[in-house]
Design a protein around this ligand. Structure first.
Ligand code: GAR
Length: 208
């Protein structure tokens, strides 16, 4: 059984996609042991509680000193003893200490085809605004391991999504979620749980 900890900042539709696949039986041998949010009012926390999953908030607002926030975050993560940490819209830069401790055990979903539209300041709706501003015809989503850069870790899965002429950032975000994110994230977890992922430096090998 792969014990996963999901970290969130917002609505938690990606968390819901994982929950749905566990519920329908297509994601076996995976248990969500906890959910951590950095926002007290994140709807993702409610989603977790509905499933009886332990859901907590670690907010920067409660820790004026950054290092104290970092240490609390690490403490809370460790308390769940996760085999895999899933960043599902967690919009906080992780402490380096945490990344080192959980090397190749943290994955992140990003709403573009990395290396396009990623890095510092590229998150959420902003990504889709930038894609439309640049006039891209195709975008997508990426799941990658987290290393000590921003969106620079080994890529696991990617899926392309068409941009439509009439798209707004909101309509594009919805299509990228429906056609890519909600499929890719549970699928990546399934592959990791099944031992199908090998990391070779900057690259991954999926042994399907
Ligand atoms: C998702 O689109 C995810 O890809 C994005 O935040 C959203 C969270 O939505 N993550 C990033 O931009 C990370 N750089 P959700 O809370 O409904 O899953």
């Amino acid at each position: 059984m792969l014990k996963i900890l999901v970290m969130v900042s917002g609505g938690g539709t990606n968390l819901q996609a994982i929950l749905d696949r566990i519920t329908d039986g297509s994601l076996n041998d995976v248990q969500i042991v906890g959910v951590i949010s950095n926002k007290k009012d994140a709807y993702a926390l409610e989603r977790a509680k509905k499933y009886g999953i332990s859901a907590i908030c670690v907010s920067k607002k409660d820790f004026p000193v950054k290092e104290e926030f970092n240490q609390e975050l690490i403490k809370q993560v460790d308390a769940f003893s996760p085999d895999l940490i899933v960043l599902a819209g967690f919009l906080v830069i992780l402490p380096k200490e945490l990344i080192t401790k959980y090397e190749n055990k943290i994955i992140n979903i990003h709403p573009s085809l990395i290396p396009s539209f990623c890095g510092a300041g590229c998150y959420g709706l902003k990504v889709h605004e930038m894609v439309l501003e640049r006039g891209c015809k195709v975008t997508g989503a990426t799941v990658h391991f987290v290393d000590d850069g921003t969106d620079t870790g080994p890529i696991l899965l990617q899926k392309a999504v068409q941009v439509h002429q009439m798209d707004t950032p909101e309509t594009l975000q919805k299509r990228v979620m429906e056609e890519a994110e909600w499929i890719l994230l549970p699928e990546t977890i399934r592959l990791i749980a099944a031992g199908k992922v090998k990391v070779n430096g900057k690259q991954t090998e999926i042994m399907e």
